[in-house]
Design a protein around this ligand. Structure first.
Ligand SMILES: [Zn+2]
Length: 87
């Protein structure tokens, strides 16, 4: 994703890229509300792509931090599957 969009992301900047991620999250929820699975899949891909762009701009290794925080067990209850109360 960095190779594909990195230069454009750096020109756009952190704040505007975060706003785009927020916008895509809104579109994902809208697809859910319309119960449109095809659009939902597209929006999930868009959210992931923009999240990758945000991580690239902040120098965050998404895969590393995600696996560190969410290994094969829940970071709160230390169980798999998670046994925490629903929020
Ligand atoms: Zn848990």
């Amino acid at each position: 994703m960095n190779q594909l969009y990195g230069e454009r992301d750096r020109i756009r900047g952190q704040e505007k890229t975060l706003i785009w991620l927020q916008t895509e999250m809104g579109e994902l929820f809208e697809a859910y509300l319309k119960n449109n699975m095809n659009v939902l899949e597209e929006e999930v891909a868009d959210v992931f792509a923009w999240l990758c762009s945000v991580c690239n701009l902040f120098g965050i290794d998404l895969e590393k931090v995600a696996w560190e925080k969410y290994p094969s067990i829940c970071p709160k209850c230390q169980k798999s599957p998670c046994e925490c109360s629903l929020r």
